[in-house]
Design a protein around this ligand. Structure first.
Ligand code: KE4
Length: 422
């Protein structure tokens, strides 16, 4: 038995499924999870000393690469002064300023401790601000595990094909309305039918939880127009895309002005941070300045703020266009290699994110993502892992590169793909 297997066996007696987040269990790819001992740059090292080139990057936070020296130093220096005060600290103000300076749609921001808290709070704010109940989300969209969003969710819910929303009262879900991503007519129809009670539309401006799915030209603009027309708020869930698709997020890249934005992952630099922010007039409704309640013991935690600040500071000088070009060329070559083996492959790419779907058809929404051949994906995942390449254990996740991935890493990955046998 490997050390990872021993740990997984022990974990299974103590933690549901042996993991603290379902998708890590690797169930859908019929593997045991690898237990990671340390990480640096683009590499993970397991408890058994095996090294992997990492394309999960902690599901998005590690755009600088793992254990970036400036981030590690900032955490260590801050920890020397204590780890949590339960009172305001300078670092919270500095990270809030950095987020407001970077993200066009954010005039005020509240820190929380996860992406789930960010989206859950943004929805409560939208409902409190508009006095309406309905929320429109998209099939395959994932916004964390708050009750209202677990209807036809993506990510781990899609991977585990968890039917419906066990444990969530129908009374809650009845306010959640569904449309397919990129289907503006469906959203129009929902507004026509129930527009007077729709508080918000929540959308990943680039969808990252059904695999990577890009917005069609006009889709996001259409959502902006419909929400304005019907007095609903447009919530951009930029937990993945924030500071990754562009330093200012997808909203900066696409020039769309959402009412609220949810952030996570990168702004914590690997520590637990989420945030929601937006127009001052709306955010001022949040307690204690307003009467929409939201709170958190560790919100604005100094260590997490220090890690996020160091991350954003380091990212400001990074060549996003260069990483985009490298990721585009790399993922295109990967697609060509797999096609050359007779596999049906469709590639979706933006910035430092890509997904290779094992299907011939274009992937523009959840149903088309579901046409991908799951068995081919499992074969690909397993054989790449055997060669030291660490991919997301689900066809409904994305692959992430980072500023730490070297040309040698990318070439080694392409070589591993050349060895795959379907
Ligand atoms: P967290 O609560 O997991 O920090 O964030 C929830 C969330 C919200 N919005 C988007 C667009 C997200 O992608 C996520 C979380 N992403 C998944 C993977 N795609 C987290 C991985 C996991 O669940 O372990």
């Amino acid at each position: 038995m490997t050390r990872s297997q021993e740990l997984f066996e022990k974990a299974g007696t103590l933690i549901p499924g042996g993991v603290n987040s379902p998708v890590r269990a690797c169930k859908s790819v019929h593997c045991d999870p690898l237990f990671i001992a340390r990480a640096s740059g683009s590499k993970l090292t397991t408890e058994d000393g095996a090294e992997f080139i990492d394309y999960v990057m902690s599901w998005g936070p590690m755009l600088l690469g793992h254990n970036h020296p400036e981030v590690a130093a900032a955490i260590a220096a801050t920890a020397a002064n204590g780890t949590s005060f339960g009172a305001p600290c300078r670092l919270e103000v500095e990270l809030a300023q950095a987020v407001v300076d970077a993200v066009p749609g954010i005039e005020m921001v509240r820190m929380v401790s996860s992406g789930t808290e960010a989206t859950m709070s943004a929805l409560r704010l939208a409902r409190g601000y508009t006095g309406k109940n309905g929320v429109i989300k998209f099939h395959g969209g994932y916004h964390g595990h708050a009750d209202a969003f677990l209807a036809s969710a993506g990510s781990g819910v899609a991977t585990q094909s968890i039917p419906g929303t066990p444990g969530v009262p129908q009374d809650v879900i009845k306010h959640t309305l569904l449309a397919h991503y990129n289907d503006l007519e469906a959203v129009q129809a929902l507004f026509d039918a129930q527009g007077d009670d729709i508080a918000a539309v929540i959308v990943e401006p680039v969808a990252g939880n059904m695999g990577l799915v890009l917005p069609r030209p006009g889709f996001l603009e259409g959502l902006r127009e419909l929400t304005r027309k019907h007095g609903a708020l447009l919530i951009f869930d930029e937990v993945i895309t924030g500071f990754r698709v562009a330093f200012g997020g997808a909203q900066a890249a696409f020039g769309i002005d959402p009412d609220l934005t949810c952030l996570g992952k990168i702004i914590g630099g690997g520590l637990p941070v989420g945030a929601y922010g937006g127009k001052r007039e709306i955010m001022s409704h949040i307690a204690p300045s307003g009467n929409v309640y939201q709170a958190g013991t560790l919100s604005g935690n100094p260590l997490a703020m220090a890690a996020g600040l160091a991350t954003l500071k380091a990212l400001q000088s990074k060549d996003y266009a260069g990483l985009t070009a490298r990721t585009d060329a790399f993922s295109r070559e990967l697609e060509n290699i797999l096609r050359g083996k007779g596999a049906p492959v469709t590639r979706n790419h933006i910035a430092s994110i890509f997904t290779l779907f094992f299907t011939e058809s274009p992937v523009t929404d959840f149903p088309s993502a579901q046409t991908a051949d799951g068995e081919l994906f499992v074969t690909f995942y397993q054989q790449m892992r055997e060669q030291g390449i660490y991919l997301a254990p689900s066809g409904y996740e994305c692959a992430f590169t980072s500023f730490a991935h070297s040309d040698e890493d990318l070439e080694r990955t392409l070589d591993a793909a050349r060895n795959v046998r379907f």
